[in-house]
Design a protein around this ligand. Structure first.
Ligand code: GUN
Length: 287
């Protein structure tokens, strides 16, 4: 396999160790242990696994974490009441409402209710606005995790053609925002492609850096990848009991110069960024 394997698991472990050090220094100075509260509604097994991984990571970094598990029948009002209670609780620094929510609850209403200072997912319009203006309060977890991988592996982004495949609020849009910003691990020329893009394969083929976040198993095939491109695979799709990304890994790794695996690529980096945001949220409370 000619491509370098971009090891998200190891990079995230290093990041978590850095955060643990910073959290310990913060606690020493202020007596405050940063506290993340996760809210899980319903019994989607994948979401339960993600939330458990986030809690375990908190433990590793010396952060406090609490889980509120609510039944699938929870009403929008009940969930809003919990969010309001967490907003008002000075002992809670970060609030994470795990998505997807059951269909009868409007996600936008709930996510908008989380006060910006505790919005460690960076979903609130206020935080998204700051990000777009290049002065983020929190970092969007998955995109910032991808950016950190590019930094760790010393991928040249300035002037590079970056193609973001997918236009979601969680990954595609904020990923593009990070890569077009001025500065380190940015300054790229960014194209966003999506399900309605014409000549999608030919645009993807121009990418020096390809971020695949389209949510379709093995969507990116080897013929869509420019030789030597760097491929970051954000996808997590189930094929039986196997997890596969949005990239057809084996053949693409014969063409790319570097590639993330699934699992063990972007996933752990998302969690590490969440921990960093939780520490930032606690730090912001002491000015
Ligand atoms: N579900 C899938 N990804 C995410 C994420 O980054 N944050 C939240 N809250 N839910 C998710």
């Amino acid at each position: 396999m000619p491509a370098t394997l971009i090891d998200g698991k190891a990079t995230a472990a290093r990041m978590t160790a850095e955060i643990a050090e910073d959290a310990a220094a913060f606690q020493h100075a202020t007596g405050i242990v940063p506290h993340l509260v996760a809210v899980l509604v319903g019994d989607d097994p994948a979401s339960a696994v993600y939330v458990r991984n986030k809690q375990r990571a908190c433990e590793k970094a010396g952060l406090k974490s609490t889980l509120h598990r609510l039944p699938a029948e929870t009403t929008e009002i009940q969930l809003l009441e919990l969010v309001e209670q967490l907003n008002a609780d000075a002992a809670v620094h970060g609030i994470l409402v795990q998505l997807p929510l059951p269909k009868h609850i409007r996600e936008q209403v709930i996510l908008d209710a989380v006060i910006p200072g505790k919005d460690v997912d960076c979903f609130h319009p206020h935080n998204v606005g700051l990000l777009v203006q290049g002065r983020p309060r929190f970092l969007p977890c998955t995109p910032a995790g991808c950016q950190r991988l590019l930094a760790e592996y010393k991928i040249e982004t300035a002037g590079a053609q970056a193609v973001v495949l997918g236009r979601s609020e969680i990954v595609g849009k904020p990923m593009a925002m990070l890569l077009i910003q001025r500065g380190a691990v940015a300054d790229a020329t960014v194209t966003i492609c999506h399900s309605r893009t014409r000549e999608l394969a030919s645009i993807v083929r121009q990418a020096d850096i390809l971020i695949a976040a389209i949510g379709k198993a093995r969507f990116v095939t080897a013929d869509m990848v420019k030789p030597g491109a760097v491929v970051i695979d954000v996808g997590i799709n189930r094929e039986g009991d196997k997890l596969v990304g949005d990239v057809d890994f084996e053949p693409v790794s014969q063409v790319a110069s570097a590639i993330t695996p699934v699992p063990g690529g972007v996933g752990p980096m998302t969690i590490a960024t969440l921990l960093r945001n939780t520490l930032t949220a606690a730090q912001l409370t002491v000015g």
